[in-house]
Design a protein around this ligand. Structure first.
Ligand code: ADP
Length: 473
């Protein structure tokens, strides 16, 4: 753990497991509430000096971190593949995406501007300035271990905030590598701190209740996010949450079903379906179901599961046994209620895969609203196809969820694209586009999918306070 510029051990350690074969990779310090308190105090002590640096000084450090991330790309990607499971190529792409946040917010730091406001009084001048909020507590998930760190810490540092990071228990090694990188980039001691732990509850409690924490930023499940946001709100801390999703993927009447199916295959199985923006319900116009399912199934059938370090592997393991059990539960439930299984449907065990948490990439057809998968976030490699007849019906079904993160539309009709874009209650919408994300674009959800936005100008605003001066002259 990194506290006030010193690397610390703890009395206890916990093992980090490779989900591809169940082996132990390394043991890391198992921190507790007292470590969290010291980390918050270190961040608080480091805050005044860091907040005083110029935007140009902070930008230079962030750009150095960006350069180091690209330099260490292969090493970071390998660590991520080992502890998280995604294929090396996907891990490499994530490192690049993660690095983008550093350079984008380095530039944006220089544009933290205030404004003057005309007064109704002749003897008064108004000045609104923006200042860093203070100590930030960042809690990150295991599915995107690198980019979720930079998506939070880059804007926090750019704004002049200091931070305590608590990574997910499954992926602390990537977080440790990132902290070393920040140190090497010249981030002063105490400005970023790291507490690793196997039980997030005591550390989480400190981070959401300590009076010196001014802002909590969280990415993870909706249940935990609601609980943490509640605690942080009771202590009047600013909160942003990026939570679960249940993305609809709409293949409208005029869409090219083959093109849409190619997109669905690339998107659905990315990160073994363990993404909050992964399509959970694929609504296909009844007239296009046949070619869509044929293309999707054929492409899914060609996917190779295995360790992410192996050449040619396109789909890695799930994170743990609980995730495997959830896949079986959703497939069994759908099957029993009349869904078809076009491919997959079971755990993969051949060729040593039984040592890891592998589930076959699966396509379910004729999924209906009474099935678990229609409501519950899957977070795994199951594509659920729901046929529909009319555009209005599809939009109503797509919006019929408590989630509101991402949605996707396939159509070749511009008017239909606009209508659907406007009618969908989701924060991020891809129109014939399976990757509507970028460091420069606001990412976040509506309804139970979260509060606030990450990336873009909005992502920086989350770490800034507005201060008003009224000057009598
Ligand atoms: P998932 O179910 O996808 O693992 P979680 O929401 O449980 O998602 O995990 C996301 C992050 O939230 C992880 O860093 C995890 O350690 C953390 N977390 C989970 N429970 C708590 C809690 N009670 N307090 C603080 N952090 C928590």
């Amino acid at each position: 753990m990194l506290i006030d510029g010193a690397w610390e051990k703890a009395d206890q350690q916990f093992d980090v497991i490779n989900p591809a074969d169940g082996s132990v990779l390394e043991a890391v310090p198992d921190g507790g509430a007292d470590h969290a308190v010291r980390a918050v105090e270190a961040a608080h002590a480091a805050f005044p000096a860091w907040a005083e640096t110029t935007a140009y000084e902070r930008a230079a450090i962030l750009m150095k971190a960006h350069a180091l991330m690209l330099e260490r790309r292969d090493e970071l990607a390998r660590t991520m593949t080992l502890e998280q499971g995604k294929p090396l190529r996907a891990a490499t792409t994530e490192v690049r995406y993660g690095a983008d946040f550093l350079s984008w917010f380095a530039e944006e730091a220089k544009r933290i501007e205030g404004r003057t406001i005309p007064s109704a009084r002749r003897d008064q001048r108004f000045l609104a300035v923006r200042q860093p909020v203070g100590v930030v507590a960042a809690i990150t998930p295991w599915n995107y271990p690198v980019s979720m760190i930079t998506r939070k810490l880059a804007p926090a540092l750019a704004a002049g905030c200091t931070a305590v990071l608590k990574p997910a228990e499954a992926t602390p090694l990537t977080a440790i590598a990132m902290m070393r990188l920040f140190e090497d980039a010249g981030v002063p001691k105490g400005v970023v701190n790291l507490v690793t732990c196997s039980d997030p509850v005591p550390v989480g409690k400190v981070l959401t209740t300590h009076s010196k924490v001014r802002k909590v930023t969280f990415t993870g499940s909706t249940a935990v996010g609601k609980m943490l946001a509640g605690k942080a709100a009771a202590n009047m801390k600013r909160v942003s949450c990026e939570l679960g999703g249940h993305a609809p993927f709409l293949v409208l009447e005029d869409a090219d079903p083959v093109h849409a199916a190619k997109g669905a295959q690339l998107l659905k199985f990315l990160n073994t379906g363990q993404a909050c923006i992964s399509p959970n319900r694929i609504f296909v116009h009844r007239s296009k179901v046949e070619p869509f399912v044929a293309t999707l199934t054929e492409r899914v059938g060609r996917m190779k599961a295995g360790s992410g370090l192996e050449e040619g592997v396109s789909i890695g393991p799930l994170v743990n046994q609980a995730a495997l059990d959830k896949m079986s539960r959703q497939v069994d439930d759908a099957r029993s209620l009349g869904a078809g299984v076009a491919c997959g449907g079971d755990r993969l065990t051949d060729g040593g895969l039984d040592r890891g948490f592998f589930f076959a990439p699966t396509v379910l057809t004729d999924v209906t609203p009474d099935m678990l998968i229609y409501r519950e976030e899957t977070f795994g490699p199951i594509a659920a196809i729901v046929p529909f007849e009319g555009e209005q019906e599809a939009i109503a079904m797509a919006n019929d969820t408590n989630y509101g993160l991402a949605a996707y539309i396939y159509t070749r009709d511009i008017a239909r694209a606009f209508r659907t874009f406007e009618a969908l209650e989701f924060g991020i919408i891809g129109i014939n586009d399976i990757n509507p994300t970028s460091a420069a674009a606001p990412f976040g959800g509506m309804k139970d999918s979260g509060l606030g936005r990450e990336g873009a100008h909005e992502g920086l605003d989350e770490y800034l306070e507005t201060k008003l001066g009224g000057f009598a002259i």
